[in-house]
Design a protein. Structure first.
Length: 368
């Protein structure tokens, strides 16, 4: 049975309020706020104590890859210091995160192997969801953490900056409580960025300063909620009730970690929520593949049911295709969509596309 991923836009506020409930906060027993009462009991054996120390002496303990956990940071110093952080995809030792600071979204891929956590890929201004775990970028390669997690351990980065573990027993105060953390300081010229990582929580605080520019920007973990999706708005385009033009609806869509974008888009195209006539593809139609290509076009391949079960005249088919192309194109921020059927150029009784020929996003006839 298909997961009902599509939520009407009006439910977003209620959803976010629900996410703020205390019993959704992710704070496991290994990372409770430090206090004078939270010490290891005297009855614990030396072997047990050593085992705990060994388990928490790794990057995986201080920067865990956990599905469906939304981390929210409050900021001071500039308008972009407040941001959210969400794991879009996690596969073995790699994780893809999206950072949303209200002004832009930045996707980054982190790889944990050979005793270090490395940023292998970054993509700014990314407002669509796609698995980029296998991609690399020339400006990546920054090492965030490197074992052993000991004071004095330092390393260089491609940008020319130097990073060093400057403390391992710092108590960091956050709205969630006080957490013991390691302190990692990156220096490049007059600029310094100090990050604090706590067991089971990941990044709990970040402080960026520049002696020459005389600024300080602070971001502090304010909330972590489990079993929470990444929420985004997709504008759906579809023929109006009389098949005379194109209507639009802004639909709030929930993406959980590792959700497949083509499946979510397929659900939306099959039925726009709360719009009885908002169907763009026949029931049973699937999207075989969907991705943004290097040529700046989105490539989408449908199953044969798209044409076989469409049951529309020339004008109706034209409106449906315009709706599909506009929905996908606007979501990815492109002007052209190359639409195929089972790998072959789109062909029906009314259309016959050539190899490599694409449809263009077209706002003519769209009812605003």
């Amino acid at each position: 049975m298909k997961r009902n991923r599509l939520l009407v836009f009006g439910l977003l506020a209620a959803f976010l309020v629900a996410c703020s409930k205390e019993d959704d906060t992710v704070v496991d027993s290994s990372s409770q706020p430090a206090s004078s009462e939270s010490s290891i009991e005297e009855s614990s054996s030396v072997e047990e104590s050593s085992s705990v120390e060994e388990e928490t002496d790794t990057i995986a303990a201080y920067f865990p890859f956990v599905e469906n956990v939304l981390s929210s940071y409050e900021g001071e110093g500039n308008e972009y210091a407040t941001f959210s952080w969400y794991p879009q995809y996690i596969e073995e030792n790699r994780a893809q995160y999206v950072k949303n600071n209200g002004g832009t979204q930045i996707v980054s891929v982190l790889d944990y192997s050979d005793g270090q956590l490395v940023e292998t890929f970054t993509r700014p201004e990314t407002y669509f969801r796609e698995n980029m775990l296998d991609q690399t970028s020339d400006d990546a390669g920054t090492i965030l953490l490197k074992e052993p997690l000991e004071v004095g351990n330092s390393w260089g980065n491609p940008s020319g900056s130097t990073t060093e573990i400057t403390a391992v027993d710092v108590d960091v105060e956050t709205p969630l409580g006080v957490f013991p953390a390691i302190e990692v300081t990156t220096t490049e010229g007059d600029a310094t960025t100090t990050r604090y990582y706590s067991v089971g929580m990941g990044l709990v605080k970040e402080v960026a300063t520049d002696a020459q520019a005389s600024y300080e920007v602070i971001s502090t973990l304010a909330e972590q909620t489990a079993d929470t999706p990444e929420s985004t708005v997709i504008r759906a385009f579809f023929p109006d009730a009389n098949a005379m033009g194109i209507e639009t609806a802004d639909v709030n869509v929930a993406f959980f970690t590792n959700d497949v974008t083509r499946e979510v888009i397929s659900d939306l195209l099959e039925q726009v929520p709360d719009v009885e006539y908002g169907r763009l593809i026949p029931e049973g139609t699937t999207i075989n593949s969907l991705y943004l290509n290097e040529d700046g076009r989105v490539y989408v391949d449908f199953s044969e049911e798209l044409v076989g079960n469409m049951n529309a005249g020339s004008s109706g088919e034209s409106l449906l295709l315009q709706g599909i192309v506009n929905t996908i194109g606007v979501y990815y921020g492109v002007e052209e969509v190359l639409l195929t059927i089972e790998g072959a150029p789109y062909e029906s009784g009314h259309y016959s596309m050539q190899e490599g020929e694409s449809f263009r996003v077209d706002m003519e006839g769209v009812i605003e």
